[in-house]
Design a protein around this ligand. Sequence first.
Ligand SMILES: *Cc1c(COP(=O)(O)O)cnc(C)c1O
Length: 221
Amino acid sequence: MDLDAIKRRCEEILKRVPDHVTVLAATKERGPEEIRAAIAAGITHIGENYVQEALAKRPRVPEPATWHMIGHLQRNKAKKALDVFDWLQTLDSLKLAERLERLLSQGGRRLPVLVEVNIGREPQKAGVLPGDLGDFLRELSRLPHLEVRGLMAIPPEPEEPEDSRPYFREMRRLFEAIGREGIPGVRMEVLSMGMSADWEVAVEEGATMIRLGTLLFGPRS
Ligand SMILES: *Cc1c(COP(=O)(O)O)cnc(C)c1O
């Protein structure tokens, strides 16, 4: 799509999405100009899957925006990730958390994070299993430079949007149950779920942030 078409598409989607839901533009494989067109339309949250790609692009996107890591983060990339990202949506291991905590405390900085949940219990997928989430969050609560703000999930790829509904519903239940537990330092404010194929179902089931790529920018090459 050309840049004007991207801008119009983003404006249309932003009109359709309820005000309490944040639209994050998933910008893997998109160039800086495409990202800037989305920002011109009113998008303020950008999601990238790879540290190197974000490092190359962010300096070429001068507009203010909040950049989120939405791909799996390897421990040896933690330091570089902190150079380019404002949020991490895919925290899923204590070793990564401890590495980040050490780097952040050296820099005197705090990082907002979401914990990625493997809601489909898929063996090949990243994320904390739902049954392990409570213990994981209690461990994170000891790490003062990581601010846990909510949960993120990528359910099994749906054939139809409705296929995602049970997973989204279970995520919302977990989000609320954890919130009620009142774990110190752990806030449940952001529930990041729903992509181009199933975002409307995600919103119905209580997403507070949806992550859209194809719908805003067209198909990836
Ligand atoms: C690519 C990606 C998206 C957006 O996917 P689309 O189907 O293109 O909307 C959302 N979340 C994550 C983690 C992604 O990698």
